[in-house]
Write a protein that binds this ligand. Structure first.
Ligand SMILES: Cc1ncc(COP(=O)(O)O)c(C=O)c1O
Length: 418
């Protein structure tokens, strides 16, 4: 580690709250496309994309131009008190991408879009209860935290959390019982146990879920789960909130992951890639549900015009990349599946949201994950972990096949070296 990096890290430790973890000492200076450079000028293949954010890569010219054009007009003018055009333009685009006629509420982050969805669900139904899934990640503010449970440390010492919430198992196919048939088992559990013993379904406002659990370890549910779950929920007038903060905006090879599962949610939470690197979140919901009365929910910065100018470009460009995302994702999975290592338990994912899980003696191989990530960083590939021991691969959607395969081979070699 150079002296400058060392000094910066010491200052970071002195001046920033250390409530998050860093996997390796990477100090970014700048980026271009799917490559980032550290402050010494070293080059890295970016398999993080700022954690699923910069879909069109770093320093995308179309985004820069759109944001500059907006900067020349105005930076901010609180959408919840006034009107501006780009907010309507982006909402129209989002609505046109949904399988229902939609309205949009803008936020600044993923967790804030989840908070809004919770309020919309309660406000619209007049019911209190919301049910989530164990091992999910929905954010860290106190409302969304009630549904975040991919690691106990996320909740430890922050109780009490939101009341009238309940968490049930996710259809996780690592569970031997779940390989084929856990859709029916879980639905039976909900109907026969949750709705009969925990809460009357007529008091449940919504279920909230990630269509693929990302932070929890890239867990892809059985194909029929959400479709059948939604059919059950509709019998009782319960809403389905899908948190597409990570999976949305092309990440899985479709604009939204729910398209893989033949399900139509009522509310969709977005953030991360939507703002092209600027902070932007959104809830996109069925028109008839988005009916909170004036004064009941708002924010100062939601729908920042610079972020919306970037979102306009994102929503124009990402649909053109979907075949590319699917094809590169398949090649990465193929290459990683071919890894010769007793520790590679599973490679899974959709599009460019991919996880390679490491296990030793039938337990998560945490030190193995740390080693692979650190050594790959030393060799010019940046990836981070998910779940307990899953290598998370999430590059910008524009990554070329050549770069994607170069980075994948390095990860593969580091897994083989364990
Ligand atoms: C599925 C999901 N929901 C919500 C969030 C929270 O988003 P933010 O960090 O922008 O609050 C994340 C962040 O990783 C996420 O992956």
């Amino acid at each position: 580690m150079s002296k400058k990096v060392d000094e910066l890290i010491k200052e970071d430790q002195e001046y920033l709250m250390q409530s998050f973890r860093r996997w390796y000492p990477f100090v970014i200076d700048h980026g271009f496309g799917a490559i980032v450079y550290d402050i010494e000028g070293n080059e890295y293949i970016d398999f993080n994309a700022g954690i699923g954010v910069v879909a069109l890569g770093h320093k995308n010219e179309k985004i820069i131009n759109a944001v500059k054009e907006q900067m020349d007009k105005f930076f901010h003018y609180s959408l919840t008190d006034f009107y501006y055009e780009v907010a309507i333009e982006v909402a129209k685009r989002l609505s046109s991408l949904m399988p229902f006629s939609a309205k949009v509420f803008y936020a600044n982050s993923g967790t804030e879009s989840v908070e809004a969805a919770i309020k919309i669900a309660r406000g619209h139904t007049g019911r209190q209860w919301i049910i989530g899934f164990i091992n999910s990640f929905h954010g860290r503010t106190l409302g969304s935290l009630a549904f975040t449970s991919s690691k106990a440390i996320q909740r430890k010492s922050f109780s009490p959390l939101l009341p009238s919430t309940y968490l049930i198992p996710y259809p996780d196919r690592r569970d031997p019982l779940c390989k084929e048939e856990c859709t029916e088992e879980l639905l039976g559990f909900i109907e026969d146990w949750v709705f009969k013993k925990v809460v009357d379904p007529n008091e449940v406002a919504a279920f909230i879920a990630e269509p693929i659990q990302g932070e929890g370890g890239v867990i892809v549910p059985p194909k029929d789960f959400f479709y059948k779950l939604n059919n059950l929920l509709k019998k009782f007038g319960i809403l389905l909130i899908l948190d597409e903060v990570q999976t949305g905006i092309g990440r899985t090879g479709k604009m939204f992951a729910f398209e893989h599962f033949n399900v139509t949610p009522d509310l969709v939470c977005l953030a991360k890639a939507l703002g092209g690197g600027l902070p932007l979140g959104a809830v996109v919901g069925r028109k008839e549900i988005m009916d909170l009365p004036p004064g009941s929910h708002a924010n100062t910065f939601g729908g920042n015009p610079l972020a919306l100018a970037a979102a306009n470009v994102i929503l124009e460009e990402v649909p053109k990349l979907l075949d590319h995302v699917s094809s590169i994702g398949k090649k990465i999975i193929e290459e990683l599946t071919d890894t010769r290592s007793p520790y590679l338990y599973d490679v899974r994912g959709l599009g460019l949201l991919i996880g390679a899980e490491l296990r030793k003696n039938d337990k998560p191989f945490v030190e193995g994950l740390e080693k692979v990530l650190y050594n790959s960083f030393r060799r010019g590939v940046l990836a981070i972990g998910a779940g307990e021991s899953v290598v998370r691969i999430e590059p910008p959607l524009i990554i070329s096949e050549e770069l994607a395969m170069k980075g994948t081979k390095i990860l593969k070699e580091e897994i083989e070296k364990l």
